[in-house]
Design a protein around this ligand. Structure first.
Ligand SMILES: *[C@@H]1O[C@H](CO)[C@@H](O)[C@H](O)[C@H]1NC(C)=O
Ligand SMILES: *[C@@H]1O[C@H](CO)[C@@H](O)[C@H](O)[C@H]1NC(C)=O
Ligand SMILES: *[C@@H]1O[C@H](CO)[C@@H](O)[C@H](O)[C@H]1NC(C)=O
Ligand SMILES: *[C@@H]1O[C@H](CO)[C@@H](O)[C@H](O)[C@H]1NC(C)=O
Length: 367
């Protein structure tokens, strides 16, 4: 009887002290992150790539971290805020050598700046979506081998999986002057992108993942680099990408709805990033911004040339704004920490016209 009583106490202490390093099984949902520069917390620091695919130099990271972590922004990214709201520690890059397997129980970040859903997007320079999936499979194996099959499975099924893809797939053809749209229609190209994202979501589901947080394509057709993309009409959003974004967002929504019917227990939170960014670009003062066209860091018209921090060669000169909190875009393609925080709040607890059908808070709370 006494032994039995002690046994209960030990079990309950075990579940209360969920962050004890000797007791790795937490009741919390872990957070696994897949994506591009919108989510990359520094994985590209550890791969063989060109310096222009990294952001581990000043002034990246000038706010909050006071140190260039590799995040393509002045400060924290959306997943950093989500982790905070979910009472998780900061989710580190998967390739960071110092990660112990302890960390894996809270999740890791597989995202890579420049990555696309298509293997042909910046090939050899980035960790593409398929490779990110393979890296996740390695983590899953490690969790199961360290914690046992049952506990490993529990972590995988309780976890939330964040995805941000598309931006690079839709920029790549224009950045490289590719003639791809002479051979396949924009519609078909978007089908490939959404098809590949959908396939990877299905694979994560097969491994046991159930809760997915997904961003649709944000209004990056109106980023400073895009505003100078049209050499004839500088200052207007880049139409060829606008069209791809709109196709992408329709197809992505349809695809997720289909998955919800096909896959038992599949749950998702789709954030309308396109609308939430446009809303801010169109009403800057309502959201506390003074400058939504010009980048804080870069050179040329609207600081839309991608030279922040000397990206294209460290001796290159660039301009840096005085007060980043006034700015929407930090560099010609990427948002400031202040935007990330506002968006993360909408993803976390936004109403269903912004993040649907669940918000992320609801997904984290599901068992
Ligand atoms: C793409 O084409 C434009 C205009 O024809 C040219 O100025 C630019 O250098 C080209 N870019 C690349 C990466 O080839
Ligand atoms: C994934 O992308 C490739 C092109 O990189 C394409 O051939 C393939 O059909 C796509 N897969 C799906 C399911 O759309
Ligand atoms: C930066 O801008 C914010 C908002 O416009 C303002 O509150 C703050 O005082 C400014 N900081 C500096 C150093 O000018
Ligand atoms: C969402 O609904 C709220 C009211 O519940 C409204 O104020 C807001 O403008 C809507 N947002 C969008 C993006 O439609």
């Amino acid at each position: 009887m006494i032994i039995f009583f002690f046994y209960i106490i030990i079990i309950s202490i075990g579940s209360i002290k969920c962050r004890d390093s000797n007791n790795l099984v937490t009741k919390q949902s872990a957070l696994f992150v897949f994506g591009d520069s919108v989510f990359d917390a520094g994985n590209n620091n550890y791969i063989a790539t060109l310096p222009s695919f990294r952001s581990n130099y000043w002034p990246y990271g000038q706010t909050t971290f006071k140190f260039p972590t590799g995040r393509v922004s002045n400060g924290r990214l959306i997943p950093d805020f989500i982790a905070e709201y979910a009472w998780l520690p900061l989710i580190p890059p998967n390739l960071q050598p110092s990660n112990g397997y302890n960390q894996l129980t809270y999740g890791v970040n597989f995202a890579s700046a420049g990555a696309g859903a298509l293997v042909g997007t910046f090939p050899g320079m980035v960790i593409d979506l398929r490779t990110q999936l393979n890296n996740f499979k390695k983590v899953e194996k490690m969790l199961k081998s360290k914690l046992g099959e049952a506990e490993g499975k529990k972590i995988i099924s309780r976890a939330v999986y964040l995805f941000s893809f598309g931006g690079n797939d839709y920029q790549f053809p224009f950045v490289t002057n590719s003639s791809i749209f002479q051979f396949i229609s924009k519609e078909k190209y978007v089908d490939f992108v959404v098809g590949n994202v959908t396939d990877v979501i299905k694979e994560v589901y097969k491994i046991g993942g159930r809760k997915f947080g997904i961003l649709n394509m944000g209004a990056f057709d109106c980023a400073p680099a895009s505003l100078i993309g049209d050499r004839i009409k500088i200052g207007s959003c880049f139409k060829p990408v606008t069209e791809l974004i709109s196709l992408h967002n329709n197809k992505l929504l349809n695809s997720l709805r289909r998955l919800e019917h096909e896959l038992f227990g599949f749950k998702y939170a789709l954030h309308d990033f396109q609308t939430s960014l446009s809303e801010r670009i169109n009403n800057p003062s309502k959201y506390g911004f003074k400058e939504v066209k010009k980048a804080c860091c870069g050179s040329g018209p609207l600081r839309g040339i991608n030279t922040c921090g000397g990206r294209m060669g460290l001796s290159q000169s660039y301009e840096l704004c005085e007060n980043v909190t006034d700015y929407f875009f930090f560099d010609p393609f990427h948002l400031t920490e202040k935007v990330h925080q506002q968006i993360a709040e909408l993803i976390w607890s936004g109403p269903t016209n912004v993040t649907r059908p669940y918000n992320l808070k609801a997904l984290f709370e599901l068992n």
